[in-house]
Design a binder for this molecule. Structure first.
Ligand code: NA7
Length: 559
């Protein structure tokens, strides 16, 4: 893959072909599958496993040369999951659940990639996965009722079912910085970090971006580099992960009652087993009591945001937690000016993905780290020797872009999906994604999106949500097969009602106030719409189950 394909806003393959062209333009033979799945992360692999159980011929296309999705690509120093290891794992095989051993409370990338490989090997999945292959278009052919799927290898296949499992955060975003092509050093997007690593010894390094990725990478880069410049536009709230080696007793206890823990996670708000919200406002207690409550939850980010019932909805209550966290930052960072710059003030806490870290703030006490405020003095241009802001010039040997992703819709658009009537998905979603339950969209029959926009997805523990979607999709396909039905497609009115509901729930929270990637705000020109569903994992699951139990209410089923 070339640098320009791997990074940046590349909006080629927007599906301008129509299905007939797709078929006729290529007379080479092709393979017909029952199902095509795009992506071989946890979602794609579990979907493959379930479809194989149904006896469906299935092909998985994967851009990478190995399995793991997010954990295949994100190899930057410090990459680590922000859900507890015992819960960030697949639950469908109790044998695997029991035999697998996590080494740390929050697993590092290498452990997660190892686990993904174990899943692939244990269930013999590899033979059905075509690696090093990107889908360049997926077009619904109304005549045959099949999806025509083309790849960057120049071949094409057809399938009755088309299932996207390409992740929510896989389309990398490298901002269109002036002068980037003139840079004489090396530059990397964190999500395309070379597998062999990068030797930063003795190097001057600049990193742009202080989201979850930057916050994980910065302490590690600082340990290696001669000097590290951190170019921060917006400060983020980060809480200590308190990561440590897995306690064998905790592991044993957890494994003894895994099904109970899993069930609680499935019924929870965010797909992780957490203590229930106390039914009281942060404003209902004394300052002293509130501080004690915050202190006791410090070090467990989910618990901290669940200490009172109104942190996500009441600005005053939210500000109390936010100020508590800012105080912690002030205590950790020696230089008061640097501490103030690191203390976020422009968005309510929790309305952007909260970060968890290991020694992030302490890193700014090192002599070889400089924090540069690029909000006050924006980056003007990348230069051959480094970077120039409106105030200063910085010489660096290596530039690291921790600049995030074209989240949720980006991976789908890059696949060039075209539905009935030759309508590209990107065109249909011009004003923001429109889905029914986040799993399907009207006009795109027999297409399913695992953790698509309009589902809890990125607001939840991904493995919980992935399994829920895969199980639901598999049941829907089974229902079609058993009832000799040809297709399932969301009805427009059901979709409209779901989109209204998704927006209504989001608008009742403070989330819509932040310029976050949840809102599409990090990508110039992207519509400002809150993309995931914030109504809670448990409630959402119940709704999906009801739809299925009512013979797929809201879907048109055709013979
Ligand atoms: P994020 O959270 O989108 O963070 C990207 C960072 O890059 C953020 O600090 C941005 O600042 C910064 N950025 C982006 N463009 C620019 C420009 N042009 N100039 C300066 N700074 C810029 O991505 P991550 O990879 O950290 O995390 C993504 C998710 O992965 C995370 O939420 C977890 O769920 C796992 P901004 O805030 O836009 O001012």
């Amino acid at each position: 893959m070339s640098q320009s394909q791997a990074n940046g806003h590349v909006y080629e393959n927007q599906g301008t072909t129509n299905a007939q062209d797709a078929v006729e333009a290529d007379s080479t033979s092709h393979v017909e599958y029952d199902a095509v799945v795009v992506g071989a992360g946890f979602a794609g692999m579990y979907q493959l496993y379930r479809l194989r159980e149904l006896g469906l011929s299935t092909r998985v296309f994967e851009t990478g040369e190995g399995v793991g999705g997010t954990w295949y690509w994100n190899r930057y120093p410090g990459a680590r999951v922000d859900s507890p290891s015992m819960q960030y794992s697949l639950s469908f095989s109790s044998e695997m659940e029991q035999e697998w051993k996590w080494s740390e409370d929050y697993s590092p990338q290498a452990d997660l990639e190892g686990y993904a490989n174990h899943v692939a090997d244990r269930f013999n999945l590899r033979e059905h996965i075509q690696f090093g292959t990107s889908v360049t278009s997926a077009v619904y052919d109304e005549k045959s009722g099949r999806w025509i799927i083309r790849t960057d290898r120049g071949d094409w296949v057809s399938a009755k079912y088309f299932i996207t499992a390409a992740g929510c955060l896989s389309a990398t975003n490298v901002p269109n910085f002036k002068g980037i092509d003139t840079f004489e050093g090396q530059w990397y997007h964190t999500s395309r970090w070379p597998a062999e690593g990068v030797d930063l010894t003795g190097k001057r390094v600049g990193i742009i971006g202080t989201g979850s990725t930057g916050i994980q990478a910065i302490p590690k880069l600082a340990e290696q580099a001669d000097h590290l410049y951190v170019f921060q536009r917006t400060a983020n709230y980060s809480l200590p992960s308190n990561n440590k080696p897995m306690d064998p007793e905790f592991e044993r206890d957890w494994k003894e009652s895994y099904p109970v823990h899993r069930q609680r996670a499935r019924e929870s708000v965010v797909g992780v087993e957490v203590p229930a919200y106390p039914d009281r406002s942060a404003l209902s207690v004394s300052d002293e009591e509130r501080n004690e409550v915050f202190e006791s939850a410090w070090g467990n980010y989910i618990a901290l945001l669940s200490t009172f019932n109104d942190i996500a909805i009441n600005p005053e209550s939210n500000e109390l937690v936010a100020e508590f966290v800012r105080d912690k930052i002030r205590q950790k960072v020696k230089d008061p000016a640097v501490a103030e710059l690191l203390a976020p003030t422009d968005h309510p806490i929790g309305t952007k993905r909260i970060c968890i870290d290991t020694h992030y703030y302490e890193t700014y006490n090192r002599d070889n780290v400089t924090l540069v405020d690029v909000k006050t003095n924006p980056i003007e241009t990348i230069t051959p020797k480094g970077l120039r802001t409106t105030a200063d010039e910085f010489e660096v040997d290596v530039l690291v872009f921790a600049t995030g992703f074209d989240a949720m819709t980006g991976p789908l658009y890059r696949m060039g999906i075209v539905g009935k009537g030759g309508l590209p998905l990107q065109k249909k979603w011009e004003a923001g994604p429109r889905t029914y339950l986040g799993v399907s969209t009207a006009g795109f029959p027999n297409m399913f999106m695992i953790t698509g926009p309009g589902s809890p997805s990125v607001l939840s523990n991904m493995t919980t949500s992935i399994e829920q979607h895969v199980d639901w999709i598999t049941d829907a396909i089974k229902y079609l097969q058993e009832n000799e039905l040809e297709s399932v497609e969301a009805k427009v009115d059901a979709e409209d009602a779901w989109v209204d509901h998704v927006n209504e729930v989001a608008n009742a929270t403070l989330y819509v106030k932040a310029n976050s990637w949840y809102m599409g705000a990090n990508i110039p020109g992207k519509p400002r719409v809150f993309m995931p569903y914030i109504g809670g994992v448990g409630n959402y699951r119940q709704k999906c189950d009801e739809v299925a139990a009512n013979n797929y209410e809201g879907f048109a089923l055709s013979q």
